[in-house]
Design a protein around this ligand. Structure first.
Ligand code: DC
Length: 237
């Protein structure tokens, strides 16, 4: 059993493996802060696109990641629109802009840049340690990403690696888009997932992989409720 007061739960895994849905529900159940680190990479990508920064210019992307002020907050009273958190870049609310297809297509490029990873990992570690140290108003944090257990917080009390087959992940993303009333093409989503898996796991810096001491949970044939139950068992084990 992890020390529950305070605690850091790290959840890593590939695109559309359910990390955010599961991480959010787990955090709600435990009364912990939920922190999806992917939003930081998405935020830098959105601002870079908005400022027409060349996606091949790693130096410029690195400078941007160091200069930009990112704030991740629990949703406020006035933004009950399905968001899990509010994302501010230099004070501007970009919560929904970072979900645009343009960001999806470019975020792997941005997250492969060393200076971007260094700048964002530092901020993530600071936030994780703040909440995980018991100094904050909440007693713990659930952090989801690709390299939380391996690089950002290798000393996390509990490390989970969530996985599912690419077909199942594509189906889940397809259903999610349909429910939001968006046009979706299952074949295209499947191809995008395969491409992002390859980009995330073949990059030289902090490639996507399970930490040696992570518990791998294959969610292919599990409902979200069953996955949360499995993780709660691991928390209290
Ligand atoms: O989980 P997501 O799809 O929102 O993540 C967006 C991108 O950010 C994804 O391509 C991988 C990258 N990422 C990362 O490299 N490290 C993290 N800790 C979180 C996300």
């Amino acid at each position: 059993m992890i020390s529950l007061n305070p605690a850091i739960v790290a959840i890593d895994g590939p695109a559309a493996s359910g990390k955010s849905t599961i991480g959010y529900q787990l955090a709600q159940t435990l009364g912990f802060l939920f922190f999806d680190t992917g939003v930081m990479y998405r935020a830098v990508t959105w601002v870079a696109l908005d400022r027409r920064i060349d996606m091949a210019d790693g130096d410029a992307l690195g400078r941007l990641a160091q200069a930009i002020r990112l704030d991740i907050r629990p949703p406020g009273q006035t933004d009950q629109d399905g968001r899990q958190c509010t994302v501010l870049a230099d004070g501007e609310d970009i919560t929904w802009k970072i979900r645009l297809g343009e960001v999806d297509r470019n975020v792997s490029l941005v997250s492969a840049v060393g200076e971007v990873r260094r700048a964002l990992s530092l901020q993530q570690r600071r936030i994780g340690l703040h909440y995980g140290s018991g100094e904050a108003e909440l007693t713990g944090i659930v952090m989801v990403g690709r390299d939380i257990g391996t690089v950002v917080l290798p000393a996390a009390g509990l490390k989970i690696y969530l996985d599912a087959s690419p077909e199942e992940r594509a189906r889940r993303r397809f259903t999610e888009l349909q429910q939001r009333g968006k046009d979706a093409d299952l074949e295209q989503i499947y191809r995008d997932i395969i491409r992002r898996d390859r980009q995330d796991s073949e990059r030289a810096l902090s490639p996507l992989r399970a930490a040696a001491d992570a518990t791998v949970v294959d969610t292919t044939s599990l409902t979200p409720e069953q996955v949360v139950e499995t993780l709660l068992d691991l928390v209290y084990d």
